[in-house]
Design a protein around this ligand. Structure first.
Ligand code: FE2
Length: 242
């Protein structure tokens, strides 16, 4: 079992796969890299997108893709979103519909200027008042942002999982921060954040090889353990009849 919690595989919904052919091609690539389960996480921009319209479009595209994916025995797919953080998210009542596969986990994208105490209060409120655990998307990308070290300390102290893009493991620019994240015992998973076959393809197999090579087998094992833990929470434990 290998779960990809971050991908833009839905056809023509966001800046990911352009059409059904590209969606299927991305899933074939994922399968060749050992991915068995993949969550489609189209971008949700709270200041631009209407929740109802977004959900309807995403669900329609998802159901159509899922039918073909099942016929072709490609990786199992699930629906979620990649939500952009906004101030006050900790008081939002409508987050549950945007969580990963109806679980209590929400993939949350940050931006450089948002890393401050308000963000930390919002993340705490999400967990403690809304009972939703944020998963910080591609946390390595904010490494030059003000308060980045505070963010790493915060997610570690609060036991908030983070996600690193597979492709970032292959870029020297991110070497330092990726090592730091792995070595600081933050709950970490790798995901593809795949958008397209040519520009941003899935690189899961290469990334896991890189972890083995540069950091050692124990870190690869740790990543797989966290991936299994998230799989349990996001896929296995979801009761569709509830
Ligand atoms: Fe993404």
């Amino acid at each position: 079992m290998l779960l990809d919690i971050h991908s833009h595989i839905l056809p023509a919904v966001d800046d990911g796969a352009e059409d059904l052919i590209e969606s299927l091609h991305l899933l074939e690539l994922m399968q060749s890299q050992g991915i068995t389960d993949c969550i489609a996480t189209p971008h949700f921009y709270p200041h631009e997108d209407n929740l109802e319209d977004f959900l309807q479009e995403a669900r329609t595209a998802f159901e159509h893709l899922k039918k073909i994916v099942n016929e072709r025995k490609l990786p199992n797919i699930y629906l979620g979103c990649e939500m952009l953080y906004y101030e006050g998210i900790g008081n939002s009542e409508s987050l549950s519909e945007l969580c990963l596969n109806g679980s209590d986990f929400l993939l949350l994208e940050l931006y450089d200027g948002c890393i401050n105490n308000t963000l930390f209060e919002d993340l705490k409120a999400m967990k403690e008042k809304l009972f939703i655990t944020p998963v910080i998307a591609h946390i390595e990308r904010y490494c030059d942002a003000k308060n980045y070290r505070k963010l790493l300390k915060f997610v570690k102290d609060e036991n908030i999982p983070v996600q690193i893009n597979a492709a970032s493991l292959l870029i020297p620019e991110y070497n330092r921060t990726v090592k730091k994240i792995f070595k600081s015992d933050i709950k970490t998973v790798i995901a593809t954040d795949a958008h397209s076959v040519k520009e941003r393809p899935p690189k899961m197999a290469e990334a896991l090889r890189e972890v083995n090579l540069k950091l050692g087998r124990e870190f690869r094992t740790k990543i797989m353990e966290t991936s299994h833990w998230l799989f349990e929470k996001i896929v296995t434990e979801i009761d569709y009849n509830a």
